[in-house]
Design a protein around this ligand. Sequence first.
Ligand code: NAG
Ligand code: NAG
Ligand code: NAG
Ligand code: NAG
Ligand code: NAG
Ligand code: NAG
Ligand code: NAG
Length: 644
Amino acid sequence: MLNVRLFLFLFLLAFVFATRPSLSRAPYAMRISCGARDDVHSPPSNTLWYKDFDYTGGIPANATRPSFITPLLATLRYFPLSEGPENCYNINRVPHGHYLVRIYFGLLAEPSFDNEPLFEVSIEGTLIYSMPSGWSTDDERAFVEALIVLKDGTASLCFHSTGHGDPAILAIEILQIDNKAYYFGKGYGQGTILRTDRRLSCGAKDPKFGVDYSADRWGGDRFWNSLPTFGQSSDSVISTKNSIKQASKPPNFYPEALYQTALISTDTQPDLTYTMEVEPTRNYSLWLHFAEIESSVTGSGQRVFDILLNGDVEFRDVDIVSMAGGINSALVLNTTVVVSGRSLTITLHPTKGTHAIISAIELLELVQAESKTLPDEIKALQRLKSALGLPLRLGWNGDPCVPEQHPWSGIDCQYNRTIKKHVIDGLYDSGNILLIYSFTSVCEVRGLDNQGLRGFLPNDISRLHHLQSINLSGNSISGVIPSSLGTIDSLEILDLSFNFFNGSIPESVGQLTSLRRLNLNGNSLSGRVPAALGGRLLHGASFNFTDNKGLCGIPGLPPCGAHLSAGAKVGIGLGACVAFLLLVTCFTCWWKRRQNILRAQRIAARDAPYAKARTHFNRDVQMARHHSHEHARTAAENGPSLLA
Ligand SMILES: *[C@@H]1O[C@H](CO)[C@@H](O)[C@H](O)[C@H]1NC(C)=O
Ligand SMILES: *[C@@H]1O[C@H](CO)[C@@H](O)[C@H](O)[C@H]1NC(C)=O
Ligand SMILES: *[C@@H]1O[C@H](CO)[C@@H](O)[C@H](O)[C@H]1NC(C)=O
Ligand SMILES: *[C@@H]1O[C@H](CO)[C@@H](O)[C@H](O)[C@H]1NC(C)=O
Ligand SMILES: *[C@@H]1O[C@H](CO)[C@@H](O)[C@H](O)[C@H]1NC(C)=O
Ligand SMILES: *[C@@H]1O[C@H](CO)[C@@H](O)[C@H](O)[C@H]1NC(C)=O
Ligand SMILES: *[C@@H]1O[C@H](CO)[C@@H](O)[C@H](O)[C@H]1NC(C)=O
């Protein structure tokens, strides 16, 4: 997370500008120098880049610039696989608007470092770029750029490992552009993101950023690579110092200088032809720029040409002067192309006059934005992540379900058409295999079972309303089973076996009418199993309650009454011992006394008659006080047993 004060300041700044008249309003701009300890200014235009040192993920390191296009920054931040397969920058307090988001890649400045990392980039949950191998030797591939509407106050940029090196990010730019920038007609703004494939300034000597062209800031400081020729001596460069009308205007604010150079076809080759490599079966938005800057053309009708894409006429009879409203005036044409092969060829074929002319070409890929996960479910998973002390290597950054190619490990997702969002339907091993590569081994992470999870299961788990299966088997989770689990109506499989759960099974679990499998074996559970589960056993559901501290109450388990708690057992044991000791003591006393009497009687009978008399005398006096003589005699005969 970035510095809060910094954001507060930027937020206030944005607020101040927002309340000014719109003419002077500057677009929001956030530039981050990854891995920098302090804010830095980069030459040549003294651009300010904020430090990212309060960011917690990844490792800051010294950087090598892979390309001259990359800003002059000394540090980067890289994300080793031990920190998980997906890592993100979440930039907060970004005002609702349309943005140009640019991410520069970096290379670690370490002598031992010899591999360019290959990874994938997503913005707001939509995968926009897979880095091609060899990117680090291709100047134009040192960054990825996309035009996107940011609605929820944050920009989430994630980097997904593909097993080829650690993602390394040099810098991030989030620059506000016009709300209707690159408006391409039908379908615009309906969940499309435009990824910049290339921008070419025809006939220019040097590549330039918008700032080098003194372009309007609302244009988003675009990078224009130079295209000095289409090749094979088919063209020549012309340029002018005249000012160009209609260039820097909404919504795209193109720099005027873009139209001051152009490529023009030659007498021997009247067609201008340019072929670009593209990804097959993708949709592209193509933008072509023209201005009549050749002095020999003075009015309309003098240069007319057709524009063909892969051989098919896309624009017929283009007359720059008449369409732009005069000479030295910018004309921008755009169209959407669906390409089937790997190349896109643009041909300008003159139909009047002998030469064709072109100033610039822009190619943007149309990417359909993915719909994110229900925010409440993301919150619940984040809560689960901290409660279970999820190991770093599992990641769980960014959006759980999108991009679809990179869901969080151990999570199953489903797209719910009613609410138009992704929801979590499983914390389960459903075959989503995540391969974590390291230099020494390949490790497989499937579900969340046997992942060394500890901690406890939070009540918030019930906010995952759409869960159908949970398998957290074989971890070290302790505490009680949250009773809120009973509110997840769709739950069919619940496997919490081989953990340290204690307490009793919540009564609410009995209300899960869809439950087919319940494995709670191998825990420390005790007490009565909800009676409703007992009834279910008969209907083909499979439950396992074995290896617990003492569960009872349903068929197959002991009845609850007969089953005593450990405390009760100790109590009964002690009681029995005391009773036994008492019995033994009494018996010993009686026995001794009886022996004494018998011995006394023997002695009396032999040689001491008074002894017997004395014995009887005592008894007779006591009994005579209350009873008749007969009674007394009976009592005397039974003496020893009465007195004992
Ligand atoms: C990065 O470079 C600076 C000098 O520019 C050096 O002092 C520092 O030790 C380097 N850091 C690492 C991690 O190599
Ligand atoms: C792009 O072309 C469409 C028609 O295909 C047009 O409606 C739209 O205004 C053009 N966009 C710009 C910015 O000129
Ligand atoms: C291209 O656009 C068409 C509609 O014009 C759409 O049906 C198709 O899915 C898009 N293809 C891709 C790869 O986005
Ligand atoms: C989609 O979500 C709604 C609201 O949570 C729910 O009622 C519906 O059953 C869900 N649909 C599917 C197919 O899961
Ligand atoms: C849960 O995962 C374990 C492996 O850790 C597996 O043995 C068990 O069958 C799974 N439970 C269910 C219900 O699929
Ligand atoms: C469950 O175990 C925890 C310690 O892990 C203990 O604090 C708690 O009191 C136990 N709860 C029950 C109901 O036994
Ligand atoms: C229940 O779990 C125990 C291990 O705790 C296992 O030995 C037993 O086979 C399981 N019973 C059933 C019916 O799956």
